[in-house]
Design a protein around this ligand. Sequence first.
Ligand SMILES: *[C@@H]1O[C@H](CO)[C@@H](O)[C@H](O)[C@H]1NC(C)=O
Ligand SMILES: *[C@@H]1O[C@H](CO)[C@@H](O)[C@H](O)[C@H]1NC(C)=O
Ligand SMILES: *[C@@H]1O[C@H](CO)[C@@H](O)[C@H](O)[C@H]1NC(C)=O
Ligand SMILES: *[C@@H]1O[C@H](CO)[C@@H](O)[C@H](O)[C@H]1NC(C)=O
Ligand SMILES: *[C@@H]1O[C@H](CO)[C@@H](O)[C@H](O)[C@H]1NC(C)=O
Ligand SMILES: *[C@@H]1O[C@H](CO)[C@@H](O)[C@H](O)[C@H]1NC(C)=O
Ligand SMILES: *[C@@H]1O[C@H](CO)[C@@H](O)[C@H](O)[C@H]1NC(C)=O
Length: 468
Amino acid sequence: MRPCNVLSRLASLLVAAAVALPSSTAATSSSLHELHNLVRRASAGSGAPNASLVDTARMGLLSSQRASWEQGTAQSALLEYDAGSWSVFAGGHGNGPPYRPGFQPSKTPDGVPLAVLSMAYHSATAQDGMGKLGMSITGDENMTDGSALDSASCGEGVLLAAFVAKQINATRGFWINAAQDQLDYVLNEAPRTEAGAISHRTRTVALWSDAVYMMPPFLAAYGLYTNNQSLLQTAYDQIRLYRQAMRFPDGPGEGLWGHILAYSANGTARWLDGQAWTTGEGWVAAGMLRTLASIAQSPYSTQMASQKADLVAWTKEILDASFPLLDSSSSLFHNYMNDTTTFRDTAGSTFLAYAAYRLASMSPSDDTHLAAAEKIYQATQGQLTRIGSYLTPVVNALDFGAQGSTSPEALSFTMLLEAARRDYHAGNVTGVDGPGTGRNGAMPGIKGGVAAPVLVAAVTATLLLLLS
Ligand SMILES: *[C@@H]1O[C@H](CO)[C@@H](O)[C@H](O)[C@H]1NC(C)=O
Ligand SMILES: *[C@@H]1O[C@H](CO)[C@@H](O)[C@H](O)[C@H]1NC(C)=O
Ligand SMILES: *[C@@H]1O[C@H](CO)[C@@H](O)[C@H](O)[C@H]1NC(C)=O
Ligand SMILES: *[C@@H]1O[C@H](CO)[C@@H](O)[C@H](O)[C@H]1NC(C)=O
Ligand SMILES: *[C@@H]1O[C@H](CO)[C@@H](O)[C@H](O)[C@H]1NC(C)=O
Ligand SMILES: *[C@@H]1O[C@H](CO)[C@@H](O)[C@H](O)[C@H]1NC(C)=O
Ligand SMILES: *[C@@H]1O[C@H](CO)[C@@H](O)[C@H](O)[C@H]1NC(C)=O
């Protein structure tokens, strides 16, 4: 709503309230209620989430059948949207999340996010015999085949549950054992490249850009929860190894990452999908930011300054290479970012907008892509049907070259973008140097500020009414 509209709406509402006053208290209170909402919405600036969009996305997400990575991404969406102060991005009141070592709250965190714990419970009960969370759904799965790392995306929720159940430093317990088994599989059992990058596949050695969201954030969260620097370092090292192998060093996609790189037994690598898959760029950027946040929250934040600087630079590198390729007519990216013959994809576009908001929150000078991210946000508003499918195209989550109409990950990205945008405006995200060092200013509202004009308008309108 533009400020002038706010002004005139406000004045007419005040008039309506005053006119209604003598006869109908019901009409008065509803007009006043509307007035209150209008002022509240305006003063929340452009960061107020679209609650009806989020409700629909949530309904679509919770009613979907979910594979392990979709369960893990859904956990992140519920955590960051419903309970930001429990996520690794928490930075409000300078506190950080409650599991942060040395946490001394100046304000009690909001209630425990039960939906996240419930999701974590289901991923733990669906853990397979090798330790992979959320993988055993029909019981017919072949656990020695398929993805090695998707399941690790469920690990942060399980750690959160272990913390709530006071099992983090215990050797036995439902939650901590589930987390340990998942960690053990990733670190000690999954195949690796010669350089040491952990394979995204169970039976073969292959790197997928997706893995950067599934595995390093789990390792880093584990390091944060248990105060273990070597796990934080391993999370960083894995990202470094993945980048070394998967980033395009030159050519038209320079700075972007290819999607799938397979290794043969003799160690030579070849691309199975050597194009810049938009959702893949999102997995990488968002995974790096979650890892960065865990390091920033940890007691090793200062010691790991150069690792953090790399993660900021590498996230920026992807966003800098991506955003010039945004299709200006639709404000969406093509499914393969530098290939305009592919369809425009709502899912990956939403996810990259999320990453731009999170980066600008954590590292306030790196906000070059915010205007474009906001265009993506605006373009994707009103595109969700009442049953949670998209009117704009969405990539098929099971067939990354094909177009679909919705997916659990797309719905999660929609919630994640709402959370990241809200938190950017609230200024309550941790900075690169820990809580209190991020973008932590006053609420900016729309450029020039909306809250102040609204207040002036309210006072003026009231005076006019009193005089009339
Ligand atoms: C930031 O504040 C908003 C509004 O109070 C809240 O909903 C959200 O969870 C907070 N985010 C973080 C990361 O603490
Ligand atoms: C677990 O133990 C570590 C090392 O003693 C400690 O720093 C951390 O605060 C403990 N975590 C919890 C949740 O008790
Ligand atoms: C599981 O997959 C592996 C590798 O493809 C195969 O060798 C094995 O026989 C399969 N196991 C079952 C029970 O089908
Ligand atoms: C950190 O975690 C690794 C992997 O689980 C473990 O081997 C190591 O003993 C832990 N270090 C500390 C100090 O707890
Ligand atoms: C996109 O960039 C990659 C990496 O440079 C390149 O291999 C590919 O051919 C490019 N695609 C198009 C359509 O230009
Ligand atoms: C490695 O293996 C692949 C596939 O088996 C083969 O095409 C390639 O020639 C081999 N390279 C070397 C250096 O042996
Ligand atoms: C909020 O989302 C709803 C439901 O998707 C949509 O109809 C509406 O246009 C959105 N609101 C704004 C202001 O974009």
